[in-house]
Design a protein around this ligand. Structure first.
Ligand SMILES: *Cc1c(COP(=O)(O)O)cnc(C)c1O
Length: 300
C-alpha cells in the first residue's frame, strides 16, 4: 500500500527558461485518511507497540491534527484501540477532523490549553492508569518518528536516487524534514518550508530538534512563507492553490502543502535555485483539512 507512489513532473515555462526541473512525490495519493507523511512517521511506533504486546496507543494534539486522524486509522487497521488528549475544551460544534477520529473509534479526551502545556505529564499519567497503552509524543516527534520519515523516499515508484539536488517538504514539527535529510546524500539539500512564522518559540524548537536529529547538516529551513501563522491563510494563498490545481491538477491543503508550493514557486521565481537544479517536492497530503474552509474557497 505504501509503495510505488507516483512522481509527477511540473510543467512551467519559467522553470524551463531557468533550466530547473521540479517533480512532486504525490504522497497525497496514499489514502484519504492516513495522508502523506503520517504513516511513515507512525510506522515504527506501531511496530514497537505491537512488539511490546500493547493493545492501545495514545497521543496528543490539536482539534485539527492530521497526526491524530492518521493514528486513529492506523490503530484500527492494526486492531489496536486508540485515545487522544486534545488541546482545548470540547468544541460546541465538532469539526470534520474530530468526527473522523471519533468515527475511527478513537477516545477523545479534551483538556484546557493550560493543562495541555503539560502534555507529556498528561501522557505519563494516562500510561500509569492504563499500562496496556503505548504513548506517542505530539506530532510523532522523536527519533523514532524521524526514522520512519527517513523511509519516505523509498516509497517513490521510480526511486528518486541521487538525481535530485534538493528535496523540499513542509515543516510542522520538523520530524519529516529530519528524516528526509538523513536519507539523502551529503551533497543533496533538504529544504523545509515552515507552515508558521519564524519569530516565535516554536521556530526555535524546530531548529533545536533538527540540530539534534538531522545528522548530516544538509538541511535548510525557510520561514518566509508562514502566512502569519499556523493555520492562517490569505486570498493570495488560496488563489495560488486554485491556480496550481487548474494548471497541474495538484490539490494542496491550506495549512502545509499550499504554503510549501507557494514558497517553492516564489523561491524558484526569484532565482534561489542554481541552473541545472533538480528539485523534488514531497506532497505530504493533509487534504482532509480543507473541509474546514468555507464552501467555494477552493475549486477542487
Ligand atoms: C503533519 C504534516 C506536516 C508536517 O510534518 P512534520 O513532520 O510535523 O514537520 C506536513 N504536511 C502535512 C500535510 C501534514 O499533515
Amino acid at each position: 500500500m505504501y509503495k510505488n507512489i507516483p512522481t509527477q513532473h511540473i510543467r512551467h515555462h519559467s522553470f524551463d527558461e531557468q533550466d530547473i526541473s521540479i517533480d512532486v512525490l504525490r504522497l497525497d495519493l496514499l489514502d484519504p485518511e492516513v495522508s502523506g507523511n503520517k504513516w511513515f512517521k507512525l510506522r515504527y511506533y506501531v511496530e514497537d507497540a505491537l512488539a511490546l504486546g500493547k493493545t492501545g496507543i495514545i497521543s496528543v494534539g490539536g482539534a485539527y491534527s492530521n497526526h491524530l486522524v492518521a493514528l486513529a486509522r492506523v490503530c484500527r487497521d492494526n486492531r489496536l484501540i486508540s485515545a487522544a488528549i486534545i488541546r482545548g475544551e470540547a468544541p460546541v460544534t465538532s469539526n470534520p477532523s474530530l468526527e473522523q477520529m471519533a468515527s475511527l473509534g478513537m477516545q477523545l479526551l479534551f483538556v484546557s490549553r493550560s493543562e495541555y502545556a503539560e502534555k507529556d505529564r498528561l501522557l505519563q499519567a494516562f500510561l500509569n492508569k492504563h499500562p496496556h497503552y503505548y504513548a506517542i509524543p505530539e506530532g510523532g516527534r522523536s527519533a523514532m518518528g524521524v526514522r520512519g520519515a527517513s523511509t519516505i523516499l523509498d516509497a517513490a515508484m521510480r526511486s528518486p536516487s541521487r538525481k535530485y539536488t534538493h528535496v523540499a517538504c513542509a515543516v510542522g514539527t520538523g520530524t519529516t524534514l529530519a528524516g528526509i535529510a538523513n536519507s539523502l546524500g551529503a551533497e543533496q539539500r533538504a529544504l523545509g518550508l515552515c507552515s508558521f512564522r519564524g519569530d516565535g518559540p516554536a521556530a526555535l524548537g524546530i531548529l533545536d530538534f533538527l540540530a539534534k536529529h538531522a545528522i548530516q547538516k544538509n538541511h535548510t529551513v525557510v520561514f518566509d512563507y508562514g502566512f502569519g501563522g499556523f493555520g492562517k491563510k490569505s486570498d493570495e494563498l488560496t488563489g495560488f492553490m486554485n491556480t496550481l490545481y487548474e494548471t497541474q491538477q495538484i490539490p494542496t491543503d491550506f495549512v502545509y502543502t499550499g504554503k510549501l508550493f507557494y514558497g517553492l514557486y516564489d523561491l524558484a521565481g526569484s532565482g534561489y535555485f542554481r541552473q541545472g537544479s533538480q528539485i523534488l517536492i514531497i506532497h505530504s497530503g493533509g487534504l482532509q483539512g480543507n473541509r474546514s474552509l468555507a464552501p467555494g474557497t477552493l475549486n477542487y
